[in-house]
Design a protein around this ligand. Structure first.
Ligand SMILES: Cc1ncc(COP(=O)(O)O)c(C=O)c1O
Length: 469
Protein backbone atom coordinates (compact mmCIF):
# COMPACT_ATOMS: atom_id res chain seq x y z
CA UNK A 1 0.00 0.00 0.00
CA UNK A 2 1.34 3.45 -0.92
CA UNK A 3 1.85 6.16 1.73
CA UNK A 4 -1.06 8.31 0.50
CA UNK A 5 -3.39 5.28 0.44
CA UNK A 6 -2.50 4.45 4.07
CA UNK A 7 -3.13 8.07 5.07
CA UNK A 8 -6.46 8.10 3.20
CA UNK A 9 -7.53 4.86 4.93
CA UNK A 10 -6.66 6.31 8.32
CA UNK A 11 -8.75 9.45 7.73
CA UNK A 12 -11.58 7.29 6.30
CA UNK A 13 -11.46 5.28 9.56
CA UNK A 14 -11.84 8.49 11.62
CA UNK A 15 -14.86 9.45 9.47
CA UNK A 16 -16.43 5.99 9.84
CA UNK A 17 -15.97 6.00 13.63
CA UNK A 18 -17.53 9.48 13.93
CA UNK A 19 -14.30 11.01 15.23
CA UNK A 20 -14.55 13.29 12.18
CA UNK A 21 -18.31 13.99 11.86
CA UNK A 22 -20.08 15.38 8.72
CA UNK A 23 -19.32 19.07 8.21
CA UNK A 24 -16.08 18.87 10.25
CA UNK A 25 -13.03 20.50 8.67
CA UNK A 26 -10.23 17.97 8.19
CA UNK A 27 -6.69 19.07 9.10
CA UNK A 28 -5.18 21.23 6.37
CA UNK A 29 -2.66 19.84 3.91
CA UNK A 30 0.08 21.93 5.51
CA UNK A 31 -0.74 20.82 9.09
CA UNK A 32 -0.93 17.15 8.09
CA UNK A 33 2.23 17.32 6.04
CA UNK A 34 4.10 18.83 9.01
CA UNK A 35 2.65 16.57 11.70
CA UNK A 36 3.17 13.37 9.65
CA UNK A 37 6.52 14.29 8.16
CA UNK A 38 5.22 13.57 4.65
CA UNK A 39 5.27 15.80 1.59
CA UNK A 40 2.28 18.07 0.82
CA UNK A 41 1.79 16.14 -2.43
CA UNK A 42 1.30 12.89 -0.47
CA UNK A 43 -1.41 14.60 1.59
CA UNK A 44 -3.01 16.02 -1.57
CA UNK A 45 -3.06 12.53 -3.13
CA UNK A 46 -4.72 11.15 0.02
CA UNK A 47 -7.32 13.92 0.02
CA UNK A 48 -8.01 13.45 -3.72
CA UNK A 49 -8.64 9.78 -3.00
CA UNK A 50 -11.03 10.62 -0.15
CA UNK A 51 -12.78 13.13 -2.39
CA UNK A 52 -13.14 10.50 -5.11
CA UNK A 53 -14.73 8.19 -2.53
CA UNK A 54 -17.16 11.00 -1.67
CA UNK A 55 -15.95 11.21 1.94
CA UNK A 56 -14.58 14.75 1.94
CA UNK A 57 -15.09 17.79 -0.26
CA UNK A 58 -13.01 20.86 -1.02
CA UNK A 59 -14.57 24.25 -0.32
CA UNK A 60 -12.97 27.21 -2.12
CA UNK A 61 -10.47 29.03 0.10
CA UNK A 62 -11.63 27.11 3.22
CA UNK A 63 -10.02 23.66 2.93
CA UNK A 64 -11.44 20.15 3.07
CA UNK A 65 -14.58 19.13 4.99
CA UNK A 66 -16.25 15.80 5.77
CA UNK A 67 -19.21 15.50 3.37
CA UNK A 68 -22.80 15.07 4.36
CA UNK A 69 -24.03 11.78 2.84
CA UNK A 70 -25.08 12.35 -0.81
CA UNK A 71 -28.79 13.04 -0.61
CA UNK A 72 -30.49 11.29 -3.44
CA UNK A 73 -33.91 10.11 -4.64
CA UNK A 74 -34.53 6.34 -4.97
CA UNK A 75 -33.01 4.45 -7.93
CA UNK A 76 -34.95 3.37 -11.05
CA UNK A 77 -36.23 -0.21 -11.38
CA UNK A 78 -34.60 -2.92 -13.49
CA UNK A 79 -35.50 -2.15 -17.11
CA UNK A 80 -38.00 -4.36 -18.95
CA UNK A 81 -37.45 -3.98 -22.71
CA UNK A 82 -39.24 -5.84 -25.51
CA UNK A 83 -36.93 -8.68 -26.50
CA UNK A 84 -37.86 -8.98 -30.16
CA UNK A 85 -35.23 -7.92 -32.69
CA UNK A 86 -35.96 -4.63 -34.42
CA UNK A 87 -34.54 -2.32 -37.04
CA UNK A 88 -32.96 0.85 -35.65
CA UNK A 89 -33.74 4.43 -36.63
CA UNK A 90 -32.48 6.95 -34.12
CA UNK A 91 -29.99 9.10 -36.00
CA UNK A 92 -32.30 11.93 -37.07
CA UNK A 93 -33.47 12.45 -33.50
CA UNK A 94 -29.91 12.24 -32.12
CA UNK A 95 -28.64 14.88 -34.56
CA UNK A 96 -31.64 17.11 -33.95
CA UNK A 97 -31.44 16.96 -30.15
CA UNK A 98 -27.72 16.90 -29.52
CA UNK A 99 -26.62 19.44 -32.11
CA UNK A 100 -27.53 22.08 -29.52
CA UNK A 101 -25.21 20.67 -26.85
CA UNK A 102 -22.22 21.86 -28.94
CA UNK A 103 -23.05 25.52 -28.45
CA UNK A 104 -20.70 26.89 -25.78
CA UNK A 105 -23.34 29.29 -24.48
CA UNK A 106 -25.65 26.40 -23.57
CA UNK A 107 -25.33 24.76 -20.11
CA UNK A 108 -23.99 21.34 -21.21
CA UNK A 109 -26.06 18.88 -19.14
CA UNK A 110 -26.86 17.04 -22.39
CA UNK A 111 -23.28 16.85 -23.59
CA UNK A 112 -21.52 13.51 -24.10
CA UNK A 113 -18.17 15.06 -23.15
CA UNK A 114 -16.60 16.21 -19.90
CA UNK A 115 -15.34 19.78 -19.63
CA UNK A 116 -12.16 20.12 -21.74
CA UNK A 117 -10.63 22.21 -18.95
CA UNK A 118 -10.32 19.07 -16.77
CA UNK A 119 -7.42 17.78 -18.85
CA UNK A 120 -3.65 18.47 -18.60
CA UNK A 121 -3.57 20.35 -21.90
CA UNK A 122 -0.25 22.24 -21.38
CA UNK A 123 1.59 19.04 -20.42
CA UNK A 124 0.07 17.25 -23.38
CA UNK A 125 1.16 20.08 -25.68
CA UNK A 126 4.73 19.77 -24.35
CA UNK A 127 4.71 16.00 -24.87
CA UNK A 128 3.31 16.45 -28.36
CA UNK A 129 5.97 19.02 -29.31
CA UNK A 130 8.80 16.86 -27.98
CA UNK A 131 7.53 13.74 -29.72
CA UNK A 132 6.95 15.44 -33.05
CA UNK A 133 10.38 17.14 -33.10
CA UNK A 134 12.16 13.81 -32.85
CA UNK A 135 9.81 11.90 -35.13
CA UNK A 136 11.57 10.03 -37.93
CA UNK A 137 9.72 11.12 -41.11
CA UNK A 138 9.80 7.52 -42.40
CA UNK A 139 7.55 6.48 -39.51
CA UNK A 140 4.61 8.12 -41.32
CA UNK A 141 5.09 5.51 -44.03
CA UNK A 142 6.03 2.60 -41.78
CA UNK A 143 3.55 3.06 -38.94
CA UNK A 144 0.25 2.33 -40.61
CA UNK A 145 -2.34 0.12 -38.96
CA UNK A 146 -2.09 -1.48 -36.36
CA UNK A 147 -0.39 1.74 -35.18
CA UNK A 148 2.59 3.09 -33.24
CA UNK A 149 4.54 0.31 -31.53
CA UNK A 150 5.58 2.62 -28.67
CA UNK A 151 2.00 3.63 -27.92
CA UNK A 152 0.80 0.03 -28.12
CA UNK A 153 3.54 -0.91 -25.63
CA UNK A 154 2.36 1.84 -23.23
CA UNK A 155 -1.25 0.69 -23.53
CA UNK A 156 -0.13 -2.93 -23.02
CA UNK A 157 1.59 -1.89 -19.77
CA UNK A 158 -1.66 -0.39 -18.47
CA UNK A 159 -3.51 -3.65 -19.18
CA UNK A 160 -0.75 -5.50 -17.32
CA UNK A 161 -1.03 -3.16 -14.32
CA UNK A 162 -4.70 -4.01 -13.89
CA UNK A 163 -4.10 -7.74 -14.13
CA UNK A 164 -5.41 -8.27 -17.64
CA UNK A 165 -2.50 -9.16 -19.90
CA UNK A 166 -3.03 -8.19 -23.53
CA UNK A 167 -0.44 -8.98 -26.19
CA UNK A 168 0.61 -5.73 -27.90
CA UNK A 169 0.26 -7.62 -31.21
CA UNK A 170 -3.47 -7.78 -30.49
CA UNK A 171 -3.84 -3.99 -30.22
CA UNK A 172 -5.06 -1.86 -33.11
CA UNK A 173 -4.88 1.92 -32.69
CA UNK A 174 -7.92 3.77 -34.02
CA UNK A 175 -9.45 7.23 -34.34
CA UNK A 176 -11.08 7.19 -30.92
CA UNK A 177 -13.09 4.36 -29.40
CA UNK A 178 -15.94 5.01 -31.81
CA UNK A 179 -13.91 3.79 -34.76
CA UNK A 180 -12.66 0.79 -32.77
CA UNK A 181 -16.24 -0.19 -31.89
CA UNK A 182 -17.44 0.21 -35.46
CA UNK A 183 -14.55 -1.83 -36.90
CA UNK A 184 -15.20 -4.62 -34.39
CA UNK A 185 -18.88 -4.58 -35.26
CA UNK A 186 -18.08 -4.81 -38.99
CA UNK A 187 -15.64 -7.66 -38.37
CA UNK A 188 -18.26 -9.96 -36.81
CA UNK A 189 -21.61 -9.05 -38.44
CA UNK A 190 -23.31 -8.83 -41.82
CA UNK A 191 -26.29 -6.57 -42.71
CA UNK A 192 -29.53 -7.92 -41.23
CA UNK A 193 -27.80 -9.66 -38.27
CA UNK A 194 -29.09 -9.33 -34.73
CA UNK A 195 -26.93 -7.58 -32.10
CA UNK A 196 -27.70 -7.55 -28.36
CA UNK A 197 -27.38 -4.20 -26.58
CA UNK A 198 -28.29 -2.95 -23.10
CA UNK A 199 -31.59 -1.21 -22.49
CA UNK A 200 -31.14 1.71 -22.19
CA UNK A 201 -28.00 1.96 -24.32
CA UNK A 202 -25.68 4.66 -25.67
CA UNK A 203 -27.33 6.20 -28.74
CA UNK A 204 -24.09 5.94 -30.75
CA UNK A 205 -24.29 2.14 -30.40
CA UNK A 206 -27.78 2.31 -31.90
CA UNK A 207 -26.51 4.63 -34.64
CA UNK A 208 -23.74 2.14 -35.46
CA UNK A 209 -26.33 -0.65 -35.82
CA UNK A 210 -28.45 1.63 -37.99
CA UNK A 211 -25.50 2.49 -40.22
CA UNK A 212 -24.61 -1.17 -40.75
CA UNK A 213 -28.26 -2.22 -41.31
CA UNK A 214 -28.20 -4.43 -38.21
CA UNK A 215 -31.14 -5.20 -35.92
CA UNK A 216 -31.07 -4.62 -32.16
CA UNK A 217 -32.33 -6.85 -29.39
CA UNK A 218 -32.41 -4.99 -26.07
CA UNK A 219 -31.46 -6.66 -22.78
CA UNK A 220 -32.74 -5.71 -19.33
CA UNK A 221 -30.32 -3.82 -17.06
CA UNK A 222 -30.08 -3.18 -13.34
CA UNK A 223 -29.48 0.53 -12.54
CA UNK A 224 -26.37 -0.27 -10.46
CA UNK A 225 -25.18 -3.67 -11.72
CA UNK A 226 -25.69 -3.30 -15.44
CA UNK A 227 -26.81 -5.95 -17.90
CA UNK A 228 -28.88 -8.82 -16.52
CA UNK A 229 -26.90 -11.91 -17.58
CA UNK A 230 -29.86 -14.28 -17.09
CA UNK A 231 -32.03 -12.07 -19.35
CA UNK A 232 -29.25 -12.23 -21.97
CA UNK A 233 -29.06 -16.03 -21.57
CA UNK A 234 -32.76 -16.35 -22.31
CA UNK A 235 -32.44 -14.09 -25.41
CA UNK A 236 -29.51 -16.18 -26.67
CA UNK A 237 -31.68 -19.31 -26.36
CA UNK A 238 -34.41 -17.77 -28.51
CA UNK A 239 -32.62 -15.57 -31.04
CA UNK A 240 -29.66 -16.01 -33.43
CA UNK A 241 -27.63 -13.16 -31.86
CA UNK A 242 -24.41 -12.55 -33.84
CA UNK A 243 -22.69 -10.18 -31.38
CA UNK A 244 -23.18 -8.26 -28.13
CA UNK A 245 -22.22 -4.60 -27.69
CA UNK A 246 -22.10 -3.93 -23.95
CA UNK A 247 -20.61 -1.49 -21.43
CA UNK A 248 -19.79 -3.44 -18.24
CA UNK A 249 -17.97 -0.46 -16.61
CA UNK A 250 -19.92 2.78 -15.98
CA UNK A 251 -22.49 2.21 -18.65
CA UNK A 252 -23.69 5.16 -20.70
CA UNK A 253 -26.37 6.34 -19.75
CA UNK A 254 -26.88 4.47 -16.42
CA UNK A 255 -23.41 4.72 -14.91
CA UNK A 256 -23.87 1.10 -13.75
CA UNK A 257 -20.93 -1.18 -12.95
CA UNK A 258 -21.17 -4.97 -13.40
CA UNK A 259 -19.76 -6.93 -10.46
CA UNK A 260 -16.77 -9.13 -11.36
CA UNK A 261 -18.83 -12.29 -10.84
CA UNK A 262 -21.37 -11.11 -13.46
CA UNK A 263 -18.60 -10.21 -15.91
CA UNK A 264 -17.22 -13.71 -15.50
CA UNK A 265 -20.68 -15.26 -16.07
CA UNK A 266 -21.19 -13.06 -19.11
CA UNK A 267 -17.92 -14.15 -20.73
CA UNK A 268 -18.67 -17.80 -19.95
CA UNK A 269 -22.18 -17.56 -21.41
CA UNK A 270 -20.93 -15.97 -24.61
CA UNK A 271 -18.18 -18.57 -24.95
CA UNK A 272 -20.84 -21.33 -24.68
CA UNK A 273 -22.80 -19.72 -27.51
CA UNK A 274 -19.65 -18.62 -29.43
CA UNK A 275 -20.98 -15.05 -29.59
CA UNK A 276 -18.36 -12.24 -29.72
CA UNK A 277 -18.55 -9.42 -27.16
CA UNK A 278 -17.75 -5.88 -28.28
CA UNK A 279 -16.82 -4.36 -24.93
CA UNK A 280 -17.11 -0.56 -24.82
CA UNK A 281 -14.90 0.50 -21.91
CA UNK A 282 -14.20 4.21 -22.36
CA UNK A 283 -15.03 5.18 -18.75
CA UNK A 284 -13.01 2.56 -16.81
CA UNK A 285 -10.36 5.08 -15.67
CA UNK A 286 -13.03 7.34 -14.15
CA UNK A 287 -13.84 5.13 -11.13
CA UNK A 288 -14.68 6.57 -7.71
CA UNK A 289 -14.09 3.37 -5.73
CA UNK A 290 -10.77 2.12 -4.38
CA UNK A 291 -9.59 0.44 -7.60
CA UNK A 292 -9.98 0.34 -11.32
CA UNK A 293 -12.69 -2.13 -12.37
CA UNK A 294 -11.48 -4.93 -14.62
CA UNK A 295 -12.93 -5.32 -18.10
CA UNK A 296 -14.90 -8.47 -18.98
CA UNK A 297 -11.91 -9.22 -21.21
CA UNK A 298 -9.94 -10.16 -18.09
CA UNK A 299 -11.96 -13.45 -18.00
CA UNK A 300 -11.79 -14.17 -21.74
CA UNK A 301 -10.06 -17.44 -22.59
CA UNK A 302 -11.46 -17.94 -26.08
CA UNK A 303 -10.51 -14.65 -27.78
CA UNK A 304 -14.15 -13.66 -28.25
CA UNK A 305 -13.96 -10.39 -26.33
CA UNK A 306 -13.07 -7.29 -28.34
CA UNK A 307 -12.13 -4.65 -25.81
CA UNK A 308 -12.43 -1.04 -27.06
CA UNK A 309 -11.33 2.10 -25.29
CA UNK A 310 -9.67 5.48 -25.82
CA UNK A 311 -8.05 8.48 -24.17
CA UNK A 312 -10.99 10.72 -25.10
CA UNK A 313 -12.69 10.68 -21.68
CA UNK A 314 -9.70 10.47 -19.41
CA UNK A 315 -6.84 12.44 -20.95
CA UNK A 316 -6.97 13.96 -24.40
CA UNK A 317 -10.45 14.57 -25.85
CA UNK A 318 -9.52 16.12 -29.19
CA UNK A 319 -6.59 13.84 -30.00
CA UNK A 320 -8.94 11.11 -31.27
CA UNK A 321 -6.79 8.19 -30.17
CA UNK A 322 -8.45 4.94 -29.17
CA UNK A 323 -7.82 1.24 -29.63
CA UNK A 324 -9.25 -2.23 -29.89
CA UNK A 325 -7.80 -5.33 -28.22
CA UNK A 326 -9.80 -7.53 -30.51
CA UNK A 327 -8.79 -11.06 -29.47
CA UNK A 328 -9.13 -13.62 -32.26
CA UNK A 329 -10.48 -10.88 -34.56
CA UNK A 330 -7.50 -8.52 -34.24
CA UNK A 331 -6.01 -9.24 -37.71
CA UNK A 332 -9.42 -8.67 -39.30
CA UNK A 333 -9.86 -5.41 -37.34
CA UNK A 334 -6.36 -4.20 -38.34
CA UNK A 335 -7.13 -4.92 -42.01
CA UNK A 336 -10.42 -3.06 -41.78
CA UNK A 337 -8.68 -0.12 -40.09
CA UNK A 338 -6.23 -0.03 -42.98
CA UNK A 339 -9.05 -0.08 -45.55
CA UNK A 340 -11.11 2.44 -43.59
CA UNK A 341 -8.61 5.22 -42.85
CA UNK A 342 -5.07 3.74 -43.15
CA UNK A 343 -3.90 4.84 -39.70
CA UNK A 344 -4.58 7.05 -36.70
CA UNK A 345 -2.73 10.40 -36.59
CA UNK A 346 0.92 9.63 -35.85
CA UNK A 347 1.73 12.92 -34.01
CA UNK A 348 -1.23 12.30 -31.68
CA UNK A 349 -0.13 8.72 -31.04
CA UNK A 350 3.48 9.70 -30.37
CA UNK A 351 2.49 12.68 -28.19
CA UNK A 352 0.30 10.46 -26.03
CA UNK A 353 2.99 7.82 -25.85
CA UNK A 354 5.47 10.47 -24.61
CA UNK A 355 2.93 11.75 -22.05
CA UNK A 356 2.15 8.24 -20.77
CA UNK A 357 5.85 7.67 -20.15
CA UNK A 358 6.69 10.98 -18.49
CA UNK A 359 3.63 13.17 -18.01
CA UNK A 360 2.10 11.94 -14.74
CA UNK A 361 -1.05 10.29 -16.11
CA UNK A 362 -1.97 8.52 -12.85
CA UNK A 363 -1.65 11.70 -10.87
CA UNK A 364 -3.89 13.53 -13.33
CA UNK A 365 -6.41 10.68 -13.12
CA UNK A 366 -6.55 10.80 -9.31
CA UNK A 367 -7.38 14.49 -9.45
CA UNK A 368 -9.91 14.03 -12.26
CA UNK A 369 -11.75 11.25 -10.39
CA UNK A 370 -11.92 13.33 -7.23
CA UNK A 371 -13.30 16.31 -9.13
CA UNK A 372 -15.96 14.23 -10.89
CA UNK A 373 -17.01 12.38 -7.73
CA UNK A 374 -17.40 15.64 -5.82
CA UNK A 375 -19.46 17.15 -8.62
CA UNK A 376 -21.65 14.04 -8.84
CA UNK A 377 -22.67 14.75 -5.23
CA UNK A 378 -23.47 18.39 -6.05
CA UNK A 379 -25.68 17.32 -8.96
CA UNK A 380 -27.45 14.57 -6.96
CA UNK A 381 -28.19 17.02 -4.14
CA UNK A 382 -29.64 19.53 -6.61
CA UNK A 383 -31.82 16.85 -8.23
CA UNK A 384 -33.02 15.74 -4.81
CA UNK A 385 -33.90 19.32 -3.89
CA UNK A 386 -35.42 20.59 -7.15
CA UNK A 387 -37.01 17.71 -9.11
CA UNK A 388 -40.65 16.61 -8.72
CA UNK A 389 -41.72 14.00 -6.17
CA UNK A 390 -41.50 10.51 -7.65
CA UNK A 391 -38.19 11.22 -9.47
CA UNK A 392 -35.71 8.31 -9.45
CA UNK A 393 -32.01 8.57 -10.18
CA UNK A 394 -28.98 6.27 -10.49
CA UNK A 395 -25.94 6.53 -8.21
CA UNK A 396 -22.96 6.06 -10.53
CA UNK A 397 -19.66 4.96 -9.01
CA UNK A 398 -17.73 6.33 -11.97
CA UNK A 399 -17.98 8.16 -15.29
CA UNK A 400 -19.97 11.39 -15.49
CA UNK A 401 -23.61 10.56 -16.26
CA UNK A 402 -26.68 10.14 -14.10
CA UNK A 403 -29.89 8.64 -15.45
CA UNK A 404 -33.03 10.29 -14.19
CA UNK A 405 -36.52 8.79 -14.28
CA UNK A 406 -39.17 11.52 -14.00
CA UNK A 407 -42.83 10.91 -13.13
CA UNK A 408 -44.52 9.04 -16.00
CA UNK A 409 -46.59 11.99 -17.20
CA UNK A 410 -43.52 14.09 -18.02
CA UNK A 411 -42.42 13.94 -21.68
CA UNK A 412 -38.62 14.22 -21.77
CA UNK A 413 -38.65 15.72 -25.29
CA UNK A 414 -40.88 18.51 -24.00
CA UNK A 415 -38.49 19.07 -21.06
CA UNK A 416 -35.64 19.19 -23.61
CA UNK A 417 -37.41 21.81 -25.76
CA UNK A 418 -38.33 24.02 -22.81
CA UNK A 419 -34.88 23.69 -21.21
CA UNK A 420 -33.28 24.68 -24.50
CA UNK A 421 -35.28 27.91 -24.49
CA UNK A 422 -33.38 28.66 -21.24
CA UNK A 423 -30.05 27.73 -22.93
CA UNK A 424 -29.81 24.39 -21.14
CA UNK A 425 -29.15 21.11 -22.95
CA UNK A 426 -30.03 17.62 -21.71
CA UNK A 427 -30.28 14.19 -23.34
CA UNK A 428 -33.90 12.96 -23.40
CA UNK A 429 -34.45 9.24 -22.77
CA UNK A 430 -35.94 8.72 -26.26
CA UNK A 431 -32.39 8.56 -27.66
CA UNK A 432 -31.35 5.52 -25.65
CA UNK A 433 -33.56 2.75 -27.03
CA UNK A 434 -34.50 1.49 -30.50
CA UNK A 435 -38.21 1.68 -29.57
CA UNK A 436 -37.92 5.10 -27.84
CA UNK A 437 -39.38 3.63 -24.68
CA UNK A 438 -37.57 5.90 -22.19
CA UNK A 439 -39.96 8.80 -22.70
CA UNK A 440 -39.83 10.21 -19.18
CA UNK A 441 -36.10 9.78 -18.63
CA UNK A 442 -33.11 12.10 -18.94
CA UNK A 443 -29.37 11.58 -19.07
CA UNK A 444 -27.55 14.41 -17.29
CA UNK A 445 -23.81 15.08 -17.52
CA UNK A 446 -21.99 15.93 -14.26
CA UNK A 447 -18.60 16.36 -15.93
CA UNK A 448 -18.63 20.18 -15.98
CA UNK A 449 -17.75 21.24 -12.41
CA UNK A 450 -16.19 24.46 -13.74
CA UNK A 451 -19.51 25.68 -15.17
CA UNK A 452 -21.04 28.12 -12.68
CA UNK A 453 -24.58 27.69 -14.06
CA UNK A 454 -25.12 23.96 -13.38
CA UNK A 455 -27.08 24.21 -10.13
CA UNK A 456 -29.32 26.98 -11.45
CA UNK A 457 -29.91 24.96 -14.63
CA UNK A 458 -30.91 21.90 -12.57
CA UNK A 459 -33.32 24.10 -10.64
CA UNK A 460 -34.84 25.28 -13.96
CA UNK A 461 -35.17 21.69 -15.26
CA UNK A 462 -36.83 20.76 -11.96
CA UNK A 463 -39.33 23.61 -12.37
CA UNK A 464 -40.09 22.57 -15.95
CA UNK A 465 -40.58 18.92 -14.93
CA UNK A 466 -42.82 19.92 -12.00
CA UNK A 467 -44.97 22.02 -14.33
CA UNK A 468 -45.31 19.08 -16.76
CA UNK A 469 -45.86 16.42 -14.07
C1 LIG B 1 -19.99 4.80 -24.12
C2 LIG B 1 -19.16 5.50 -25.14
N1 LIG B 1 -18.45 4.80 -26.02
C3 LIG B 1 -17.68 5.38 -26.95
C4 LIG B 1 -17.61 6.74 -27.06
C5 LIG B 1 -16.75 7.35 -28.12
O1 LIG B 1 -15.44 7.52 -27.66
P1 LIG B 1 -14.35 8.30 -28.54
O2 LIG B 1 -14.59 9.76 -28.33
O3 LIG B 1 -13.04 7.84 -28.03
O4 LIG B 1 -14.57 7.90 -29.96
C6 LIG B 1 -18.35 7.54 -26.17
C7 LIG B 1 -18.32 9.01 -26.30
O5 LIG B 1 -19.23 9.71 -25.94
C8 LIG B 1 -19.13 6.90 -25.19
O6 LIG B 1 -19.86 7.61 -24.32
Amino acid sequence: MKLYEALADEVAGCIASGQLPPGQRVPSVRETSRSRGVSPSTVFEAYYLLEARGLIEARPRSGYFVTHAAAKPPEPDISAPQTDGRAVEVSDLVFEVLGHARNKAVVPLGSAFPSPTLFPLPKLALALGKAVRRLDPWRTVEDLSPGSATLRRQIGLRYLAMGCGVDTEELVITNGAMEALNLCLEAVTRPGDLVAVESPTFYAALQALERHSLRAVEIATHPRHGVDVSALASVLQRHPVKACWLMPNFQNPLGSLMPDSSKQQLVQLLAEHQVPLIEDDVYAELYFGPQKPKPAKAWDRSGLVMHCSSFSKSLAPGYRVGWAAAGRFSKEVARRKLMNSLAASLPSQEGLSEYLQHGGYDRHLRQLRATLAAHRNVVLRAIDKCFPAGTKVTLPEGGYFVWVELPQTVDALEVHRLALSHDISLAPGHLFSADRRYRHHLRLNFGHPDNPHIEKALHTIGQIAKALA
